[in-house]
Structure formats: structure tokens, C-alpha cells
Ligand binder design. Sequence first.
Ligand code: SIN
Length: 526
Amino acid sequence: MKYYDYIVVGSGIAGLYSALLAQELGSVLILTKGSLDECNTKYAQGGIAAPVGKEDSPELHMKDTLAAGAGLCDPEAVRILTSEASDRITDLIRFGVAFDTLEGEITLTREGAHSLPRVLHAGGDATGAHIETALSQAARRSKARILEYSLVTEILLADGSVQGVRVLDNGTGFQKEFQCRFLILATGGAGQLYKFTTNPEVATGDGMALAFRAGAYVADMEFFQFHPTALRMPNVPTFLISEAVRGEGGILRNVHGRAFMKDYSPAGEMAPRDIVARAIVAEMKKTNSNNVFLDVTHLPTGTVTTRFPNIYRFCLEHGLDITKSLIPVAPAAHYMMGGVLTNIWGQTNVSGLLACGEVASTGVHGANRLASNSLLETLIFGKRVVERTKLVAQAATDWNEASHMYPDEGMAVCALPHRDVQGLEVPPPSLSALESLMWEKVGIIRSGEGLQEAANILAAWEKETGKPKDRASYELQNLVLVGRLITEAALIRKESRGAHFRTDFPEPSPAWQKHTLLIAKAQGHS
Ligand code: SIN
């Protein structure tokens, strides 16, 4: 069995960046279930938030992040995020990322709930693709070994510590094992749980499912962010229409042409994402329509085509010239704010297991992620996980002694409940049935009754999925488990806060200003 100092699972910005840093310290294997550059990062349009503007500061960025997070951010994690941001941007520039500039100065755009323009972008609306290309080229040149089309199916443990992973070769169908000292999960999110999503097909929650099965805590799974504006046209794939489009002056109108956002928030189009998404759902309901419109026809054509070349091109290819016609949009599942619980160094409660990027719950997003903080988070914590392994390795110190480990007082810790679903008649488990169930019952607007129904169906499906044999069946098994985690967490949280909205508990409750934690089986607090 081959041994590596580090195994990194995932090849988005979090995985590649941490692998590039780790290969300076030891041997590294990067495992990715598709090709190296197929990941969520590539689809990030808006950009990367960092307080680099003249009027900006880490403190102001922190204030905006905490406000968007609706009382559930970890202030220390956010302080780290915003104070280390500028250094990580410099790192990206060193890796070859060319941010857009005007007269030699980096240009900054504004997105919802940011108090000033703070978002760096590259190639207009192709920021993610630019970063991914730069990092994947650097990874291919590096000492790290890269295994593509290789899906991790199990984390191997001995005495509760990570020993390695079992991996399915998607080409041959054979499984093999690799050993490691440190396992870094950077597998991204789980947007494929939902019928409408901005995420690519690879976003199937694999890392969350693997870590949970290995005994890791998962936190705040009920907080799934729905992006307010995804293209909604018949027979056209769901496609992100960046929040930066509103930042540059785009106006949301209902199907009668009325600009409605000021009815919902004084911040109008620049309100936090959860507010805009719910406002759009309310307008769609009021007007009995499947979408609202985003209007950029009043903006200079050159601004639209240069700032948003990909959006402009994609829409044009589907018969819509956005400089002349309104863009039909509706919310779509976008980003998992919860995930594998980590401390501020990316350590989980399982010795040797670290997580960074969307798979992790570092505490920076709280109940509602501030736009464009996610790419930043991957860099900040991608570096911190590697820094931490230095300390653990050098001092040979106990995993838990190396840093403060959760759970804390004030976290609602629950074992994933057992549901007696014997005899419950459910349709056979399938990706499309799962996506519809999650969209309808565990989506933007939830109710206790709908969540209960979904929780029972998901528990029945979990029993029925059987032993996976190929990539698709492993992914479905992972998605069903992650769907269960989201649904059970949403049932536990009896309030509405940030992206989690329940009609039976429509207000935030001070009693619930705490995190939900799920663990595979009941454990004492440690
Ligand atoms: C967007 O461009 O609207 C997405 C950026 C993000 O999710 O942070």
C-alpha cells in the first residue's frame, strides 16, 4: 500500500492550494473523482472578497461578514479570514492569477451586503476559471502526484485515527488503498441535492458523507444558501447570473415589470442573499410565475459585455441578448454553509483529518455567507490546515492538544436520529427523486411537516440504496446521507435565521443562537 505524508481529496481552489503548500513539506497525493479542473471553483463568477480597497479595512470586512451571518459566525474565524485576506491575494497573484485592473489598479466590484466595493475579479465574470487554471497548472508542474477519475469511497481508520483512504478507479472499477499521515478533505459542496442548482455535477457532498461516516462532527447543515439569480429558461441548464450584475446596477423586476426589492429591504438589490432569494420567491408566488427578471438593459452595452462576457455569451447562445432583453431568473441551490466541523486550523475531531473549503464548517459563514467570501475562505484555511500539520508533525503532539477542539458549550449536539420507517411506501431512490424532494420540502421555504416527511423518505432511501458499485451509486449514497443531515438539522433548529426559513417558526429565537452538530452515534462532549 503506497504511503503519502498528505492525501488531498478534491481539486478545487482549496484542494490545489493546500496541496501546493503541502508538497513543500512532504509527499502529496491529490485525488479527484473527475478531471483535475472539474470543480465548483471554476464556476465562481463574482470573484473573491478582500479588503484591499483604499476605503476598506479588515475590520469593515469583518463587520459585514458578521452582519450577513445573522449571529452565527465565529468572530475569531472571521477575524482570521479578513485579516489574512490581503496576503492570500498576493499569493494568488504569485501563482499567476491576473486580476482585472484599470489604470494599473485592481478593480473592485460590489455585491450584496458588502458596504463598499470589495470583490476582485478576473476575466470579468470568469474569476473561478482563472484561479483554477493557474492553480491546476502549478499543481501539474509540482511534485504532487495527481490521480484523476479516482473517487474516495472510505476513510480508513485505526483507533479513531486516519490511516488512509480506499479509492475507486472510475475507469477500471477496481478499488485500491493508500495510506497517509494527514488527510485533507477539500471536496466542495452538495448542490446536486437540489433540482435547481448553480453547482456542477461533481458537487455531491462526498467529503461530508465520508467524514461523517468516519466519526466527524458535521455542523450547521441546515444552512444551505440559495443564490437569488440563476437563469430560468425552459430547456436551458441552470446557469449562475452573478450577484455582481446587481452590484453593477442590475434591477430585479417582477413579471409585470415592477422593481420590487425595496418592498423587502431598504438595501434593495444589495440586500443579503437570503433576503433577496425569499423576496423573489414571494414575487413569483404573488404573480403566479416561474421567474422574475433581472434588467440590465439600461446599462451601457460595453459595460455588460466587458464586465460579464461569459453571462452575455451564454445567454446569447440560448437566444437571449441581455443588453436588449430582460433576463428570466429564479433562485437555485448554491452553497453549503455548514459542513465538517473544524477549528480555526481546519482540524476535525478525527485525528489526522482536516477539511477546508466548502466541505468544512469553519465558522466564517454563520447562517448566511457574505458574497465572494467563499473563494477567500478556501485560501485562508487551505493554508492554515497545512500550517497546522507542521506543528502536529514537529511536536509529535496529540491531535487534540494541538489546538482547541469543538464541540463547545452552547452547541446543540445530536446523534443522527434513527427513524422507524419499516413499511413506509416510498418511490425508489434516484437522483431525480432526491432532487425534487429536497427542492420541494427542504428548500428555500420549509415547514416542520414537510421536513418530517422528507426525513422519513430519506431514511427509507438510505436503507434501500444497497452496496454501491460505481461512481454514480456512491454519489447517490453520499447525497442521500447529506440530504438526511440537512433535513434532520433543519428539524432540530426551531426558528428562522439566515438561509434557514421555517413557516412554523418564522422568527429568529435567541435560544437558537447556537450551532447544530450532528454525529453518527451519541458521544459524550470531549
Ligand atoms: C456570484 O457571482 O454571485 C456568486 C459569488 C458567490 O457565491 O460568492
